[in-house]
Design a binder for this molecule. Structure first.
Ligand SMILES: Cc1cc2nc3c(=O)[nH]c(=O)nc-3n(C[C@H](O)[C@H](O)[C@H](O)COP(=O)(O)OP(=O)(O)OC[C@H]3O[C@@H](n4cnc5c(N)ncnc54)[C@H](O)[C@@H]3O)c2cc1C
Length: 430
């Protein structure tokens, strides 16, 4: 039995720690926040437990399903037919909501030239059947999309999504990463016409609570509000973790914190590894959440392409999980050095309100409450040749391994991918 520290109690850290206790190791999980979950953490919104950031599950999320089965939680998984919309200005200059996300809606989307719509539809269909994404690893997403859909396809369907999420980092992005995102959503359908998304009864919190409970039952220690300060090593070997009570000895450690934060925990990392860590870029997310007295739309997801509106979309969570009020997330993604990242809560909520009022003023007027949450390292930026840029799991210090959501590549970050990576890390160390 080894003494193993896991840094971070998001889905990756918990999946990893759970695997370690099952292998018979003595595990201590250090979590900086006062709650489990990281990006998938929940909060009490006037008596309703909700994720700080919107979360849905896709049909191809098989690693998550395996874990739910092992934990006896498979019956808490709910699947719902969901709709998608697209809010944009038409030829007449008026912004309106279009149905989107199925072939019929695309055929009727007459604001966009038919030829461009057909090329877009064909491209999405081709992505769904892509098996090997490695040939796209070195390709820029913009070039690849333009080849399939033409410059008009890129401008009308993609540009705003890229630029409102990544700003100056929007070009180049990896075509492999975009292809995997399109493939994941395209595969989350019951039929060509019906999208199906999932959620857990009780939200992601139900999974996190059961995982942490099992770890504790099996002798592990999950410490909240307990940030690791430094990963201590000597003679090329991990020896311990420094936290508020001093340095605690461990035989091995796994870090699951965002890689830019690991750089601070390991200031004296092996130079080649440290260099790779410092190349990892992330954008932050400031996510507004509004509770409304009536639905904004009947869509779960609405793409938003209106000049001056900084969010790429709005997510009406209550159109996935039935609730007695309408809950709408408005995510503002941006690099942390962008001046807008410094905007205060009131300013960002006002921007969110402007978007809701633009889509449906009557529903926006029924606002009952609002919150805003920020996650500084919310989305890894994956440029072409990202696979080679990623630091390996092994840090170069014996007994110390690390990963974050960037290791989902070419897939996008998700709870499913964090579960997979957490288990891989445990199998590597244990
Ligand atoms: C806006 C948004 C929407 C999303 N939507 C979806 C979705 O629909 N479906 C989906 O599957 N996924 C979604 N995700 C992604 C999903 O939430 C993440 O992929 C997943 O939670 C990542 O888990 P993780 O454990 O790998 O990392 P994280 O969640 O980043 O966890 C890392 C943990 O490390 C902790 N930590 C940091 N520093 C220290 C330290 N010094 N000591 C101890 N602990 C530390 C942090 O507090 C955190 O809890 C979304 C994310 C965001 C931001």
């Amino acid at each position: 039995m080894s003494r193993i520290a896991v840094i971070g109690a998001g889905p990756m850290g918990l999946a990893c720690a759970y695997q370690f206790v099952r292998q018979g190791h003595a595990v201590t999980v250090f979590e900086a926040d006062d709650r489990l979950g990281g990006m998938s953490a929940s909060f009490d919104f006037d008596g309703v437990l909700l994720e700080r950031y919107y979360h849905f599950i896709n049909l191809p999320d098989t690693h998550l399903f395996d874990l739910l089965r092992e934990l006896g939680l498979e019956d808490t998984l709910r699947w719902v037919p969901t709709k998608m919309g697209f809010f944009r200005r038409g030829k007449d200059g008026k912004a309106r909501l279009h149905p989107y996300g199925n072939p019929l809606a695309l055929l009727r989307f007459s604001d966009i030239p038919l030829f461009t719509r057909l090329r877009y539809g064909l491209h999405v269909l081709a992505c769904k059947h892509l098996k090997d994404l490695s040939p796209l690893d070195a390709v820029s997403a913009k070039d690849w999309i333009t080849r399939w859909e033409g410059p008009a396809g890129y401008d009308l369907f993609w540009r705003f999504l890229f630029e409102k999420k990544f700003f100056e980092l929007a070009d180049p992005l990896s075509a492999a990463w975009i292809a995997s995102r399109v493939r994941r959503v395209a595969k989350s359908r019951k039929s060509l016409m019906e999208e199906r998304l999932g959620y857990l009864e009780g939200g992601s919190q139900s999974l996190l609570d059961v995982l942490a409970g099992r770890i504790r039952e099996m002798g592990g220690d999950v410490r909240l509000s307990c940030p690791a300060r430094r990963l201590v090593h000597a003679g090329g070997r991990l020896t311990g973790v420094e936290w508020s009570e001093g340095v605690e000895a461990f035989d091995a450690a796994v870090s699951t914190v965002p890689l830019p934060l690991l750089d601070g925990l390991l200031p004296d990392s092996p130079p080649a590894y440290g260099e790779k860590l410092r190349q990892c870029r992330n954008v932050g997310c400031a996510c507004a959440l509004f509770r409304l007295g009536r639905p904004l739309t009947d869509n779960f997801w609405v793409n938003v392409d209106v000049d001056g509106w900084d969010a790429p979309g709005v997510i009406e969570y209550s159109n996935l999980r039935p609730m007695d009020r309408s809950y709408v997330y408005v995510p503002f993604y941006m690099p942390q050095d962008h001046p807008k990242w410094a905007a205060d809560t009131a300013t960002l909520l006002a921007k969110g309100r402007e978007i809701l009022a633009g889509i449906n003023p009557a529903a926006a007027a029924t606002e009952e409450a609002a919150r805003l949450f920020r996650y500084t390292y919310a989305q890894p930026v994956c440029p072409p040749r990202f696979q080679a840029q990623l630091p390996p799991y092994a840090t170069g210090i014996d007994g110390l391994y690390a990963a974050d959501t960037a290791h989902a590549f070419p897939e996008d970050r998700s709870i499913n991918e964090s579960v997979r990576i957490g288990r891989e890390l445990a199998d590597l160390v244990g």
